[in-house]
Design a protein around this ligand. Structure first.
Ligand code: PSV
Ligand code: MN
Length: 426
């Protein structure tokens, strides 16, 4: 769905004066403390967040699913939905595809359709955690790490095929999340499984064009509960280092055991130039995949602090591929994604306000109170006027969540697509 520019203008004009006042207040505060709001907004513009093609419908749990009407029925409609998110927020200029959930029937046509919505294709994702109806060998006991070389070959071939789809769509990276693992002690030989995985990854890597990157995603448990072959950042880093220069780790916020210091992992990986991808979501317990920033907004702020600081001091880290990897069981998926984009934008802006020079000085003097005060000062600044300004300047709406509700977008989607549509994905 494309929103008519007149509707955007009308919406933005409604409380223009109040917004100008709020922005003026914040701008004066920021400039008096040495910040350049225009520069900060330029950097925000570079922070485009990919939307996964599998997160546009209602998610489910293993106990049930409560579908929402108007879900996208095919890839074209998914692109339309991401286009809408981008038009409103100006922060979602990329789409990430999961194969075989979203196989493009005609890559040239799909690429052209995405371009109409100002979208490009971010990392491609393979799927060797489910058996497909036409599949010869089962992944029940693993894929890239399987004991049977024929199963490994099938899984490697699938990954190569995903790269080929990505090549024709203009993507430049491939994410491998390997679900392989075991449920029972003794079920697998842990070190042999890791070795076989490394060998399979090397084959996938060799198939990538020279300007592509490989992202290796880790996860400590689920779907298997005793071991996963790539459980943590250390294993991912190890595999990435052994696989090649353009192989990197991918951090998914939900893929850590409770209370893990994720910002420290981010800092460490960036310092070694090995943080390639980042999946946003939030969680209370495990891989809950709920709205970004809804549970731990301070953690998100600290992560952006490490990203901003780390990429400035370790320039050899590549541009990070950001994606929202969430699942929407209760909320309208599009609204939930808009909320997540808001949370990401706000955390980034707040982290941009940290006085890094003063922080470094306080750290060198071991002045803990001063260090904390610098962080708190940035975190408690209300940066919403700046985010609204960014959107209006770029042609979006100042408040995408309100716009979405006031314009009854879900009702329109239900009218156009039907009440009982189903989207592929989780
Ligand atoms: C696995 O939990 C994961 O985070 C991976 O990124 C998958 O590709 C995605 O979720 C969807 O299953
Ligand atoms: Mn993920």
């Amino acid at each position: 769905m494309k929103i008519h520019p007149d509707d955007i203008t009308t919406f933005n004009q409604a409380d223009e004066n109040q917004r100008a006042e709020d922005l003026d207040f914040l701008t004066r505060r920021l400039t008096s403390s040495g910040h350049d709001p225009d520069k900060i907004l330029d950097r925000l513009s570079d922070l485009q967040i990919a939307i996964p093609s599998w997160a546009l419908g209602s998610g489910g749990t293993r106990f049930g699913r409560f579908p929402i009407g108007g879900q996208p029925r095919n890839l074209d409609e998914k692109i339309e939905d991401v286009g809408l998110l981008h038009q409103l927020s100006q922060m979602a200029g990329n789409i990430s595809l999961h194969i075989p959930w979203d196989i493009p029937d005609d890559t040239e046509r799909i690429k052209a359709l995405a371009a109409e919505y100002h979208l490009t294709f971010d990392a491609m994702n393979s799927n060797t955690f489910q058996d497909q109806p036409d599949q010869k060998l089962s992944y029940k006991f693993g894929s890239l790490s399987h004991t049977d070389p024929f199963v490994r070959k099938q899984a490697v071939e699938h990954n190569k095929q995903v790269i080929d789809y990505g090549k024709s769509l203009g993507s430049k990276s491939m994410t491998v999340w390997l679900a392989d693992g075991s449920n029972h002690p003794g079920q697998t030989n842990l070190s042999s499984a890791l070795k076989r995985t490394g060998d399979s990854l090397a084959e996938i890597y060799a198939h990538m064009p020279a300007d592509w990157s490989l992202f290796i995603e880790y996860k400590p448990f689920e779907p298997y509960f005793y071991s996963t072959v790539i459980p943590d950042w250390g294993t991912s880093y190890l595999l990435a280092s052994e696989t090649g220069e353009r192989a990197y780790s991918l951090v998914d916020l939900g893929h850590h055991l409770p209370n893990t210091n994720i910002e420290q992992i981010v800092a460490t990986l960036i310092s070694r130039g090995k943080l390639g991808g980042f999946h946003f979501n939030d969680s209370k317990y495990a891989d809950d995949d709920i709205t970004v920033g809804s549970i731990k907004p301070y953690q998100l702020f600290l992560i952006f602090m490490e990203i901003i600081q780390g990429t400035a001091t370790s320039p050899h880290n590549p541009d990070i591929a950001y994606m929202i990897d969430a699942s929407h069981n209760l909320k309208d998926p599009l609204l939930d994604l808009l909320e997540s984009l808001d949370a990401i934008g706000l955390a980034f802006l707040k982290a941009s306000l940290i006085d890094f020079e003063a922080l470094s000085d306080a750290q060198n003097r071991n002045d803990i109170s001063r260090s904390s005060a610098i962080l708190q000062d940035a975190f408690h600044t209300d940066v919403r006027p700046l985010l609204r300004e960014y959107r209006v300047r770029k042609g979006g709406v100042h408040d995408p969540i309100r716009f979405y509700a006031e314009h009854n977008i879900r009702e329109q989607l239900i009218r156009n697509r039907g009440k009982n549509t189903l989207a592929t994905g989780l």
